[in-house]
Design a protein around this ligand. Structure first.
Ligand code: PMP
Length: 299
């Protein structure tokens, strides 16, 4: 079965304050964002009618915009409420929510001061992000990319701005062309950074390590999993990891809102098993996202 294109689906999209039919959510080709990369987005998951980390995602959308000099004309609370509303009108209790903000059509050169800023929020079902080519049990296969994550002085690395994703797309294409599922990206110093859209953790002798997020997005799932692992009593260190150290890991997994906790089965020619630590954290995360108790672990 082929999936329908994203502009030709039933349902509703929230756009600049109004709920409109899905197919009517259109923009003009002379939108600044389309030419100069001036857009930011979020990816959220709704579980049992409850958007996990709803506030944090909406706040990050606004922060992502600030980091690229763009002011979103809605408050965190308005974005939160609109996200919940768009899930509701589409009858989705378990799915993925995509808020997007972009620069409009008032100016057409590198400067964007005159441009209006627009926001849209869509929602669809997306049960699973990774479909490992080797099958579910095999885990995600990563290929080390020739594309590096940028120096934080050359890109707004903590902004989910579309411009940053061009490199991710190239890295992912390269990995997929070689029959891998995703790219492993290093930073400019050759240290392990992340995958194209998910953060990375490794386990060695029961202790967990994850790279310091100074050249890539400090994901909300990453932050949740760190807190969760520490509360479960694991030793966890945020540190520099070189690829040679990753080769010796017992287990490796990725984290992301869409990917959740995804075991890695292979990096280049090295194979990894989905071990007990990954399994425990994957299950704990699956429980956590469905608990509404604000006092629950890491809530
Ligand atoms: N890195 C990149 C490049 C991403 O796009 C994402 C997904 N937003 C992540 C990491 C994971 O972030 P989060 O856990 O906040 O979804």
């Amino acid at each position: 079965m082929t999936t329908p294109p994203f502009d030709d689906r039933d349902g509703f999209i929230w756009m600049d304050g109004k709920i409109i039919p899905w197919r009517d959510a259109r923009i003009h080709v002379l939108s600044h964002a389309l030419h100069y990369g001036g857009s930011v987005f979020e990816g959220e998951r709704i579980y049992g009618n409850n958007i996990f980390k709803r506030h944090e995602h909406s706040a990050r959308l606004i922060r992502s915009a600030e980091l690229i000099d763009m002011t979103i004309p809605f408050s965190v609370e308005e974005i939160e409420n609109a996200s919940q509303e768009v899930a509701h009108v589409n009858n989705i209790t378990d799915g993925y929510i995509r808020p997007l903000a972009w620069r409009g059509t008032e100016q057409m050169n590198v400067s964007a001061h005159a441009c209006s800023v627009h926001v849209a929020i869509a929602c669809w079902e997306w049960p699973q992000y990774f479909f490992p080519k080797s099958g579910e049990e095999g885990g995600v296969a990563l290929k080390t990319s020739r594309w590096r994550r940028p120096d934080p002085r050359t890109a707004p690395v903590q902004s989910k701005t579309s411009g940053n994703y061009t490199i991710g797309t190239m890295a992912k294409h390269e990995a997929e062309a070689a029959e891998y599922d995703d790219a492993l990206m290093l930073d400019l110093q050759g240290q392990v950074a992340e995958a194209s859209g998910a953060n990375l953790f490794m386990i060695k002798d029961g202790a967990i390590k994850t790279p310091i997020p100074d050249s890539f997005l400090n994901g909300l799932t990453r932050q949740t999993v760190i807190k969760m692992a520490q509360e479960l009593g694991f030793e966890l260190e945020e540190t520099r990891i070189m690829p040679e150290e990753l080769l010796l890991a017992d287990e490796v997994f990725l984290t992301g809102t869409a990917a959740e906790v995804a075991p890695v089965g292979r990096i280049d020619d090295t194979e990894y098993k989905t071990g007990p630590v990954t399994k425990q954290l994957k299950d704990a995360y699956a429980d956590l996202v469905r608990t509404k108790d604000k006092n629950a672990l890491s809530a």
